[in-house]
Design a protein around this ligand. Structure first.
Ligand SMILES: [Fe+2]
Ligand SMILES: [Fe+2]
Length: 257
């Protein structure tokens, strides 16, 4: 049996500090073989998010094996350096000319886990077709993986569910990210795929998706939302995470943490 722990969009330093305090307890309780975290929102940087190397290293030091991203993968002043890090993924279905990679195999405890990061067009309009990119990656891996986890970063539940049913039986888990709002639909599909539309964020609970609402609302009203400055919300930090139990390539269960 192989146990995965997946942590949804980590938002800001406050979430990193929360994980530094709480993740060791979660690890002791669940004993995961692999920990994957989406951290496209780890560092605020003026108009964008993204990650900076010191925060990334702190996250990896907690036992996180791989860090995934999304529409904010290329935000921030250190995007290129971060995307070239051997344990960072960005959406696979994006321009090969953009820095980074979208798929990796992590091997631990005799299990080879293939991880793909995908983005839906609803979250990243210039993304390529996620289905074609995934088909190609699965062919490229062939028998070189024991199971496959997909972080599907998208706004649309329809897009995520359609993808999941299409790949049920070939992919072990499709875990949604990006909306920062956890959904209640965690289940195992008939072909043995663990699925959830959105894992939810790990970040401050008091605002809009971890952010202070006021600048975002102003951006909605003046239609200059692309220029709205992001500020972290207040409120306690919520943990968006799931565990997935795998038997070879098939999921036996998925549970919210
Ligand atoms: Fe996010
Ligand atoms: Fe996102």
């Amino acid at each position: 049996m192989t146990q995965l722990l997946f942590i949804g969009d980590v938002v800001g330093q406050v979430a990193l500090e929360y994980l530094e305090a709480e993740l060791p307890k979660v690890i002791t309780h669940h004993q995961p073989d692999f920990i994957i975290a989406n951290a496209e929102n780890l560092d605020l940087s003026g108009l964008g998010f993204g990650m900076r190397p010191p925060s990334l290293e702190r996250l990896l030091a907690l036992g996180v094996d791989l860090v995934t991203g999304g529409n904010h993968s290329w935000d921030g002043p250190c995007a290129e350096e971060v995307q070239l890090h051997p344990r960072v993924l960005r959406p696979l279905n994006y321009s090969p000319a953009a820095p980074g990679k979208g798929a990796l195999v992590v091997e631990k405890n005799g299990y080879r886990l293939g991880v793909m990061n995908l983005a839906g067009k609803s979250a990243l309009p210039w993304a390529d077709d996620p289905v074609t990119a995934s088909e190609r990656q699965l062919v490229a891996w062939g028998g070189a993986v024991d199971g496959v986890l997909v972080d599907f970063h998208g706004e649309s539940v329809f897009e995520k569910l359609g993808f999941a049913f299409l790949f049920d039986g070939r992919v072990s888990a499709v875990l949604g990210t990006h909306t920062h709002v956890p959904t209640l639909d965690a289940r195992v599909l008939p072909g043995g795929m663990a699925y959830i539309s959105d894992v939810g964020m790990t970040g401050p609970s008091g605002g809009m998706q971890g952010l202070e609402p006021e600048p975002l609302i102003a951006g909605m009203r003046n239609r200059l939302s692309h220029r709205a400055e992001f500020r972290l919300a207040g409120g306690g930090v919520e943990l968006g995470a799931v565990t997935v139990e795998l038997d070879q390539g098939k999921a036996l269960g998925i549970k919210r943490v």
